[in-house]
Design a protein around this ligand. Structure first.
Ligand SMILES: [Zn+2]
Length: 553
């Protein structure tokens, strides 16, 4: 089957989308697959998965996958690029494991057989991650970054500088660049630079958890702070007040947006760098990790013509990823979709995305008000932070628009009192709110080193899961391997609960019922709580019980 037909047969592409893509292809001359991904109709990963299924091959998602150096050393970069395959592993006596982007790439298999001495294990990988991984993997093979960081730190120590002023600016800017590159290499979302009394520690947040990266002499701290401030156009003389700024960082053909925040602490200025642009590929509702029932409920919600769908959870709980997946459920060729985001993390074609800028006076409320004059069908308002934005969201939804937005609350039901706090009218709220989705992200066990083990008597009770004690005998964990950087976890899944506002819940909201009675009713009507959703994912072996408790408490 041809790619267009194949994707249509899988329900990933509509006729209208295919026709539009063919029209665009006629102008640009690009390949169809490339055009489809550029338009955001189908992701590069979905194309590869469809091709793999058609050819009866297994697909590997390379996002967050660390390719062992010994595999890379066996295959020179120019051969990998020319033959169109990526070495992803090598096992003594077993030959190479490779990833290819086209199922019919016989040349790649022949080449890998010659190099590995045996026919290789072959997996499908997607084109986007092929190019990205090949760049990244060989770059870091040729430029061992840990070694360069260690050398730079030794150089700083060796200068025996009496004061920070004597350190050469060259060393400082190299170290800043290396720290950022190391963060990108590890798929970190944030880099923390924490001064202590004698040293400075650097941590990276990877899959939601901080990990210690390195330590450097305190003498380099003020230079590093100044360098980062200069890059982000902050005031280097101001050291007593917090500041925030940003700068662009280009690395291996990719542009990253660095958001900087400084905070004066008793040991000097603490810096947090948020890395935007390192997020994984666009997902669909069905790939976020929701169970089948929840995914179906969400698809129905996002196809409603009007009302409010609220997503709640703390920062870093994947709300934005879910919102983007929601937008992909909409028929963007027939609906006018406008967004106000803070910041825009992913560019979507066919969606009118705007970025709020409070300093310039463009906030969510102003965005929402102006969207109403743009003939909208759906609007996404990044966050309900104030009374005015909440009022605009309600007004838009009762005048026939679908509004997607987020709020900070601990679980789905407590979003309701949070909205009431924003002075929202109970009657209007009960008639416009369709559902509240609360979510967290839990790390998934690395599939490469996942192991089943026997639970000890009392083990579940001791980790605060008495309800499961004696009911299950085994559990799963990751032992740690090169692919997951010895962490035992790789990538994350959603853990969520969906409060559907049915007639009974509407009545409870309107009559001002307690959080408890709303929650009890929702559970009686079929809501699975986040905790229960997490527990069933741990029982299935997708994640661990410890991880579930870490994220949902
Ligand atoms: Zn592993």
């Amino acid at each position: 089957m041809k790619i267009g037909e194949l994707l249509k047969a899988k329900g990933l592409l509509t006729d209208a989308q295919l026709n539009l893509a063919l029209a665009q292809q006629g102008i640009t001359g690009d390949l169809l697959a490339e055009t489809l991904t550029k338009l955001g109709f189908v992701s590069s990963k979905e194309i590869a998965q469809a091709l793999a299924a058609q050819a009866g091959m297994d697909f590997i998602d390379l996002h967050g996958y660390v390719i062992p150096d010994d595999a890379l050393r066996l295959v020179p970069r120019d051969i990998a690029e020319r033959m169109g395959f990526l070495p992803i592993g090598v096992e003594k006596g077993w030959g190479l494991t490779i990833g290819i982007t086209s199922p019919s790439n016989i040349l790649a298999i022949d080449t890998a057989t010659r190099i590995g001495g045996k026919p290789p294990m072959v997996y499908m990988i997607d084109t986007e991650s092929f190019y990205e991984t090949i760049e990244k993997a060989y770059y870091f093979l040729e430029n061992p970054i840990q070694q360069r960081i260690a050398n730079t730190i030794n150089e700083i120590k060796a200068t025996e500088a009496l004061s920070a002023a004597t350190l050469s600016p060259g060393i400082i800017s190299t170290l800043v660049e290396l720290l950022i590159m190391d963060g990108i290499r590890k798929n970190a979302t944030d880099i923390h630079i924490n001064p202590a009394s004698e040293t400075v520690h650097v941590f990276c947040r990877i899959d939601g958890v901080l990990q210690h990266a390195l330590c450097f002499p305190k003498i380099a701290h003020s230079g590093i702070v100044s360098r980062i401030k200069i890059l982000s156009q902050l005031d280097i003389a101001e050291q007593r007040l917090p500041q925030d700024g940003s700068f662009a960082f280009s690395f291996l053909n990719k542009k990253y947006d660095m958001r900087i925040s400084t905070l004066p602490t008793i040991y000097g200025e603490n810096i947090v760098i948020r890395i935007l642009g390192s997020s994984g590929p666009l997902l669909r509702i069905t790939n976020l990790g929701f169970n089948e029932h929840a995914a179906r409920q969400l698809k129905i919600l996002f196809s409603k013509p009007h009302g409010i769908v609220l997503i709640t959870g703390p920062t870093g709980s994947g709300k934005t990823t879910t919102l983007y997946a929601a937008l992909r459920e909409l028929n963007l060729l027939e609906k006018n979709v406008l967004t106000a985001e803070d910041p825009v993390e992913y560019r979507l074609s066919m969606v009118k995305q705007t970025e709020v800028n409070e300093k310039a006076g463009y906030d969510f409320a102003i965005a929402g008000r102006n969207f109403m004059r743009q003939d909208p069908d759906v609007m996404l308002l990044g966050e309900l932070r104030d009374e005015e934005t909440a009022r605009i969201a309600i007004r838009a939804s009762i005048t026939g628009h679908l509004v997607l937005t987020t709020l900070h609350s601990n679980d789905a039901v407590t979003a309701i009192p949070r909205l009431i706090d924003l002075n929202v009218d109970r009657f209007l709220l009960s008639s416009s709110l369709l559902a509240v989705l609360a979510q967290r992200l839990a790390r998934k066990i690395c599939t490469n080193c996942k192991t089943e083990y026997q639970l000890k008597d009392g083990e579940l009770k001791s980790i605060d899961l008495p309800e499961l004690e004696g009911k299950i005998k085994t559990a799963y964990k990751g032992m740690g391997c090169p692919v997951c950087n010895n962490i035992g976890y790789r990538r994350r899944t959603v853990i969520g609960e969906i409060l559907i506002v049915d007639d009974e819940i509407k009545e409870l909201i309107y009559s001002g019922s307690s959080v408890k009675s709303i929650k009890d009713t929702a559970i009686r009507n079929g809501m699975t709580t986040m905790r229960d959703d997490g527990i069933s994912k741990a029982i299935e072996g997708i994640t661990t019980f410890e991880e579930v408790l870490r994220v949902v408490g």
